[in-house]
Design a protein around this ligand. Structure first.
Ligand SMILES: [Zn+2]
Length: 590
């Protein structure tokens, strides 16, 4: 399980194959290789960068264009106060052990997991219990066999100083959510002071992981997409629920997990809400959207599940959480998105720490009229008795609950307040009408949060296939890093000129294209399949005669013949999923 991925032994699973392909075809590799590398940092290559942008474009298309969520872009470094207020400085810690011999440090819970102790169990343990388990299972350093010292908790945020000032601690953000919370007042203004509304923040986040060894699954610097959706807890209705209410969510319930069972239960969104499996309509809505998104990235529902988090597994801010997980060959179920009901936790914390009011006002449709018992001191009667102290006496009376004063006066005819005796005739007791027109409250928040690097990885793993002993990356057509490869049959007889003209025309039309004239046409097709290029257009001698070209499909290897002049329009329709490959021209039987 450990160490650099290499296709040796029987370890040659998809993870290894993908990592090798990724280097060869320019998807991604470990950064800083010339200096021996540094765990948890990757560089996305030319193909990978485009694939990742396409995956993120899917997020933006869904949340921003279709659902109408706002987007902000904000800084990666934040003043210490932000993460002190949010609770991260206290809670964002992992149990760690250090090898006494080679000084290498490991995540204690990950070592326990390798001994069959689930992350759910490990997360519940205190440091003494972790130490006991390490001793009981005789866990030693996987690198050198040395013994471990006592476990400690390690803050997994990157700490820095802002400017040259000692003491002005800053942190690299471990999530992008706080950037949204601290800007709530400005965003609320941008939303024309109406709830509900949501805001997404897609960008780099940093976690100083203790020993990241899972490639793209666990990075120290990664891209996160945090979406905070603000709503009035007294008006929690999701007006878009009908779009998803029959969507089936496979959920691994807490109750099932506690029986050490991994069977999912399928609920429609409607059932999950009716049975109170999911507490918030908006949360259910976003979970259904997340399921669809993963399907669109190529992950079938049968390879997805929502894991309900146990009380002790939940983040410190969350009242109910689900992890959307995808089954991958090497690592089993990995989280690709988290769905947390954060209530008013974050805004309340920042309000308290900053002293800035972050409540919103809601006017009632009909003002509430209430009648309350009120006690009013009669100054004309108090004045002559208490002279200069009359004001103080009146204030003291006002502090007492009206009912208490009324009861005492009715019973004893007087009441002692701060050492002053107040008589019945010195106060007026009666009902007072008040009109309440609205109320101030802190909005509630549900959060879907996606790990973009993990979305990228699962898209790559689910695209990965072998056909006739060759690798084919069968990406969904809207995320393929290159849409069209353009190939002259020969790089002579003006076929190359014609091909370059066509490539130029297609890139002007907005398609991502690639031109390749080296090697046999079969070799070029193979290269294109391995890079996931969706379509290949070949210019041959017939093209010079009748202006027709051949289009080849990456997945079926089928070919069609069509007129050059029709190509742009047809390709637009094809990449928008309006037509299928067979509609691009006349099928050629090969
Ligand atoms: Zn060691």
């Amino acid at each position: 399980m450990r160490g650099e991925a290499k296709c040796s032994k029987q370890e040659c699973d998809k993870f290894v194959a993908i990592n090798e392909l990724a280097k060869r075809r320019g998807f991604f590799w470990n950064s800083f290789e010339i200096y021996g590398g540094s765990g948890g940092f990757v560089t996305y290559g030319p193909m990978g960068t485009r694939l990742k942008q396409n995956v993120e474009a899917k997020l933006r298309e869904l949340f921003i264009k279709k659902i109408g969520i706002y987007e902000i872009e904000s800084s990666v470094i934040a003043p210490g106060k932000v993460f002190e207020a949010s609770g991260h400085v206290d809670h964002f810690k992992e149990p760690m052990v250090e090898c006494q011999k080679c000084k290498t440090r490991f995540r204690a819970d990950h070592l326990l997991e390798e001994k069959g102790i689930s992350s759910a169990e490990a997360e519940k343990m205190n440091l003494e219990e972790v130490a006991e388990e390490i001793e009981r299972h005789v866990i030693v350093c996987p690198d050198c066999g040395g013994k471990f010292g006592a476990p400690t908790r390690y803050l997994t945020m990157f700490q820095t100083t802002i400017g040259p000032y000692q003491g002005s601690t800053g942190y690299g953000r471990p999530e992008a959510a706080q950037n949204i919370f601290v800007e709530f007042n400005r965003l609320y203004t941008a939303a024309r002071e109406r709830l509900p509304f949501g805001c997404i923040n897609i960008g780099k986040a940093l976690r100083n992981e203790i020993s990241p060894r899972q490639g793209l699954i666990r990075l120290r610097e990664f891209t996160i997409a945090d979406l905070e959706f603000f709503f009035d807890p007294e008006e929690p209705v999701c007006d878009k629920l009908s779009e998803v209410e029959n969507e089936v969510l496979p959920i691994l319930l807490c109750d099932t997990r506690l029986k050490e069972c991994e069977d999912v239960t399928n609920f429609t969104v409607r059932e999950a809400l009716d049975k109170k499996i999911i507490r918030s309509e908006w949360q259910a809505y976003f979970m259904a959207q997340a399921k669809r998104l993963l399907e669109e990235l190529g992950v079938p529902v049968s390879k997805q599940r929502f894991l309900e988090k146990l009380t002790w597994e939940k983040a410190h801010y969350s009242s109910q959480s689900f992890d959307q997980e995808v089954l991958v060959e090497r690592w089993g179920w990995v989280e690709v998105s988290g769905h947390a009901y954060r209530t008013d936790f974050d805004l309340s914390c920042h309000m308290k720490a900053s002293g800035v009011d972050m409540t919103v006002y809601r006017e009632y449709e009909t003002p509430l009229e209430t009648e309350e018992l009120a006690v009013k001191t009669i100054m004309a009667k108090l004045g002559p008795v208490y002279k200069g102290e009359a004001g103080k006496v009146a204030a003291a009376v006002a502090k007492l609950p009206a009912q208490q004063v009324a009861d005492a006066l009715a019973k004893d005819g007087s009441i002692m307040v701060d050492g002053y005796q107040i008589f019945k005739e010195q106060v007026e007791v009666g009902k007072q009408k008040t009109v309440v027109r609205g109320k101030r409250f802190v909005p509630h928040v549900v959060e879907p949060s996606f790990g973009c690097d993990r979305l990228f990885y699962v898209a790559l793993e689910y695209a990965y296939g072998i056909k006739d002993d060759r690798v084919v990356l069968s990406f969904p057509r809207d995320i393929a890093p290159v849409q069209v490869g353009v190939y002259p049959l020969m790089s002579k007889d003006s076929l190359d000129t014609k091909a370059k003209e066509l490539q130029k025309m297609l890139s002007c039309e907005g398609f991502m294209t690639e031109y390749d004239e080296t090697g046999s046409i079969g070799r070029r097709y193979a290269r294109a399949d391995e890079a996931g290029i969706q379509l290949g257009i070949t210019i041959d001698y017939d093209t010079l005669e009748d202006d027709t070209i051949t289009i080849r499909d990456r997945d079926s290897w089928q070919q069609v013949r069509t007129k050059i002049k029709d190509v742009p329009k047809l390709l637009h329709q094809y990449f928008e999923y309006k037509i299928n490959f067979q509609d691009l021209g006349n099928i050629i039987s090969s």
